[in-house]
Write a protein of this length. Sequence first.
Length: 703
Amino acid sequence: MENYLDSDVKFVPGVGEVRARLLDKELGIRTVGDLLSHYPFRYIDRTKVYRIGEIAEGDAALVQFRARVTGVSYAGEGRKRRFTAHVSDATGSAELVWFHGIKWIEKRIERGREYLVFGRPSFYRNELSLVHPEIETMEQALSRKPESGMQGIYSTTERLASTLGAKGFYLLVCNAWRLAGPQIREPLPAALRERYGLMPLREALRNIHFPQSSEELRRAQYRLKFDELLGVQLNIQGRRTERLSRSDGFVFSAVGDAFNAFYRDKLPFPLTGAQKRVIREIRRDTTTGYQMNRLLQGDVGSGKTLVALMSMLLAVDNGYQACMMAPTEILARQHFATVVRMLDGLDVGVAVLTGASKAKERRAALEGIASGEVRILIGTHALLEDRVRFRNLGFVVIDEQHRFGVEQRARMWTKNARPPHILVMTATPIPRTLAMTLYGDLDVSVIDELPPGRRPVKTVHYTDSARLRLFGFMREQIARGRQVYVVYPLIKESEAMDYKDLTDGYEAISRDFPLPHYVTAICHGRMKPADKEESMRQFKSGEAHILVATSVIEVGVDVPNATVMVIESAERFGLSQLHQLRGRVGRGGEQSYCILMSGEKLSRESRARLEAMCETCDGFRLAELDLKLRGAGDINGTLQSGMAFDLKIANPTADIQVLTVTREAAAAILEADPQLAHPDNGGLRELRRRYAGREKMDFSMIS
Ligand code: ADP
Ligand code: MG
């Protein structure tokens, strides 16, 4: 028998060629199965029957009432033709209007007869009217089998809604269900379903579209979320199992000269307990014979770079090369400078390679890594280029992981016949369970301790009227020998305006802080790499007192003498971005300050964000708050567009409980049957295939 789920949606009664094209274009719905997995986004109560007089403007999105037809009328010509049925009950009257399908509807409307009318109310000159409502005779309505009273509402687009009418989508789903519902097979083995109390898939699909009760609906939602998250987990954990079954990871058996000499002679300060613990974890991973795949989470300023450097020295001591990839030119150059400084006097070859590398630098890097003379290579995406050929790459660090995708991470593997150990680092704090889902099959380490002597950054919120005070404060700090960042937002849509704000601000500051006392440097994405670098050099060396910049400096820049971070139009930044920016100060022993500038008028949400910033410096707390403020829906959208999990109903942030359960379930399933080869597991195999490769991530959206 033909499988209707995979067949073209045009065969569903009521669809046809034209609507099928529209469904595909507007919602990506191509097959009957696609249509059935377009779930309602909310439900309305269909047991409620209004009286016309009760329906007020702006009340409900959809209403249902009983009314008798008092007359009909026609207006307009040709394509503008319109058919109106005038109806009333004891409390008032209304107009039902049709623009299409007039031939069909005029035959069904009988004067004097009573109908159940359902649709979207609108008001025109205080008169209630409904365009393309659904109507049933009372006989039909009463003969319908008793419904739960809940009716799904589907998200559509304007174009679709105008073609299909208020109830159109619902009717298509009814037809699709009639066609394909009986063919839905159960993918989950009975034992699994029993264990987790899951409703059968067919029942779940029926209840998600046509809920029998709110309890059944809840169970249906649970079941469908379970399937999605299980599909994702089977992939993630499957990859992990595969990685751990290969056992061809490099073994760093020795702690040797480079590591020891660095530890003994070069370490500028004692490691924090958390840094030591993470280095131990990495050391343990790299002696097992399995390839390491570890995520290091640590708040801004927690000292991840040092952990990375010491891990790379472990590789060097065991005869392997290491590399470190950073998301921006500035950051790569900074890491290079730090590493060169820290390793000064030790016999470890270090090179840098970025998109902006001149021929000489490039040649030195490429030849050095090919010959093995260069032990540590630092750079940007340029490290991924094909001509970058390592002699024996054993360890890869990826800094600020949220800026890179899985694909890029995976490409590092292909540089070697045997996969190097991989350490990815991020300061974007996300709850652990979520991190596991998002970052795939990584083990997670956390640096949960800041270096000693750090004082929380004092954070205040000023409006524009306090600008004079701000300038006074900047002068005072500079007089004490400190440096100041002034950061402007840069949002793609208004890029040109943003750059204007930035340069205006730069000029204003240059005027107010004139030479010879003050030097102001500027740094933004439109500058040539060499100019950017020169600005950064001026600021780092202390020649420049003030750095005016876009959020390019957001990630990782380290100038401990800078104690003031001024963020202009702070309301335009997200919470985690604000936190990242603030992390640029408070790196030395001095008291540091973050000043959030904004206009007087703020939305409630922006105000809450700025208040949260003033209240706490704890990145994990801010991340939680962020989740709350933005709401699960929004985050879900962000994550989904970012990572293309393509989940229809589960929300990895809001459905942590289902996520936890499916992780456990996937682990048990794969332990018993790693290849899902057992005949009972055919459905699971199919589920895994459906969600394969869906977590291509682009975390630039999260930060
Ligand atoms: P992030 O984790 O944000 O990448 P960095 O690695 O840039 O942080 O470190 C922030 C600052 O803290 C740097 O100036 C670094 O030298 C300093 N630092 C790192 N570890 C320690 C430590 N154990 N004690 C004191 N300062 C430290
Ligand atoms: Mg860093």
